[in-house]
Ligand binder design. Structure first.
Ligand code: SF4
Length: 323
C-alpha cells in the first residue's frame, strides 16, 4: 500500500471576531490516499470550506491557522514559504473554487489564463502551451475554439468545466474542490461530476471535495467526512454512512436528503441551529440539537473513536460499539 498523498493532523483554524476567537475548525485529522475521493459534507458554516482553505494554505485574515499540520507527499505545507507554496500549487495540487466567475479573470481569454498558469510553472514554448491547453479543454468536452472566448461568453457549466481543465493542466496529485457545482442546475451538476470521475479514473489524482449537497457526491466519493461546528463527527466509506449513518447528526442529514430508491418518505430537517463557535458548549457540540443528549453529552466532549468500519464522535455510539 502506498503512502497517503495527504495527512492532516490536529488542524485548528480560528477566526478573529470582536467577541474573541471563533473556533471554525477544531482538531481535524484524516488521511487521503492516492487517487481517493473524499467528500466533506455538512451544513453552511460548519467549517468545511475553511478546512479546505487551511489545507491549501489559502487562509487570509481574519482566519488564522491555530495549530496542526498538513503533510502533502510527506512535506508539511504549514512550514513552507509563500514562494515554496506557489511552486507546488497547480503543479502538485490545484484548487477549484465555488464560483468560476469569481475565480477566472474576466478580462482575459480562457486561452490566455491557461497560458499564464503554464508559463508560471513550466518552461514550455508557445506551441506546447497551445497544444496542452486544447488537450485539457477537450478533456472537459469544450472545443478548442473557446481558447479565444472570455469567461462571460461561456455558460455557467462551461466556466466551471474550464476551471477543472485549468486544474488538470499540470496533472496534479491532488485536486481540491470547494462546492464546484453549487451554482449549476442538476443536469450540469451531473455532467460535471461524471467528467471529474472520468478524469480521476484516467489520471489517478486524489480529490478533496466540499459540498452541502450530499446528492452530488453520493455516487462518486469513496469516503465521506461529516462535519459539524468545525469538527469531523463521522468519517468512513460513503456507502456505509449513507446506508447506516451512526452519529445522530449524520442520521439527521440523511433524513433531510431525498432517496431515489425505496419507498417515498417524508423529509425531516434538524431542529435548532449550530452552537456559538466563540463560546461553544462544554460537552458535545451537537448536544443542544440532539434527541439522545444526556448529562454526559452536555458535560464531556466526545472523542473521535475508531471502529472497524469508520470513526464516530459520539458517547451513544461509544456505549454500543467496540472500538
Ligand atoms: Fe448526541 Fe450525545 Fe452523541 Fe452528542 S454525544 S451526538 S449529544 S448522543
Amino acid at each position: 500500500m502506498s503512502d497517503p498523498v495527504l495527512q492532516v493532523r490536529g488542524l485548528r483554524v480560528e477566526y478573529a471576531t470582536s467577541s474573541g476567537p471563533a473556533q471554525a475548525v477544531e482538531d481535524v485529522s484524516f488521511d487521503l490516499d492516492q487517487g481517493e475521493f473524499l467528500a466533506i459534507v455538512g451544513e453552511s458554516g460548519c467549517g468545511k470550506s475553511t478546512l479546505l482553505f487551511a489545507i491549501a494554505q489559502l487562509l487570509t485574515y481574519p482566519a488564522n491557522l491555530a495549530g496542526g499540520s498538513v503533510h502533502f507527499e510527506g512535506v508539511d505545507l504549514t512550514t513552507l514559504s509563500a514562494e515554496e507554496l506557489r511552486q507546488r500549487r497547480w503543479r502538485d495540487m490545484s484548487v477549484v473554487m465555488q464560483s468560476a466567475m469569481n475565480a477566472l479573470n474576466p478580462t482575459l481569454t480562457i486561452g490566455a489564463q491557461l497560458a499564464d498558469a503554464c508559463r508560471a510553472h513550466t518552461d514550455w514554448d508557445d506551441a506546447r502551451i497551445a497544444e496542452r491547453s486544447a488537450q485539457v479543454l477537450a478533456m472537459v468536452a469544450i472545443d478548442a475554439v473557446h481558447l479565444r472566448s472570455y469567461p462571460f461568453q461561456l455558460s455557467g457549466g462551461m466556466r466551471q468545466r474550464a476551471m477543472i481543465a485549468m486544474a488538470m493542466l499540470l496533472e496534479p496529485k491532488l485536486v481540491i474542490m470547494d462546492e464546484p457545482t453549487s451554482a449549476l442546475d442538476v443536469v450540469a451538476q451531473r455532467s460535471l461530476m461524471k467528467q471529474v470521475e472520468t478524469l480521476r479514473q484516467r489520471l489517478g489524482f486524489a480529490v478533496l471535495f466540499v459540498t452541502h449537497d450530499m446528492s452530488v457526491v453520493a455516487h462518486y466519493s469513496d469516503r465521506l467526512a461529516v462535519m459539524y461546528a468545525g469538527e469531523i463527527v463521522e468519517i468512513g466509506p460513503t456507502r456505509e454512512i449513507f446506508h447506516q449513518p451512526q452519529h445522530p447528526y449524520s442520521v439527521g442529514l440523511m433524513e433531510a436528503f431525498p432517496s431515489l430508491q425505496g419507498d417515498l418518505r417524508p423529509l425531516t430537517g434538524i431542529a435548532g441551529t449550530p452552537p456559538s463557535l466563540v463560546n461553544p458548549p462544554e460537552g458535545c457540540l451537537f448536544a443542544p440539537r440532539c434527541p439522545h443528549a444526556n448529562d454526559e453529552c452536555r458535560t464531556v466532549r466526545p472523542a473521535l473513536v475508531s471502529y472497524p468500519d469508520r470513526q464516530v464522535r459520539c458517547h451513544l455510539v461509544a456505549r454500543s460499539r467496540k472500538p
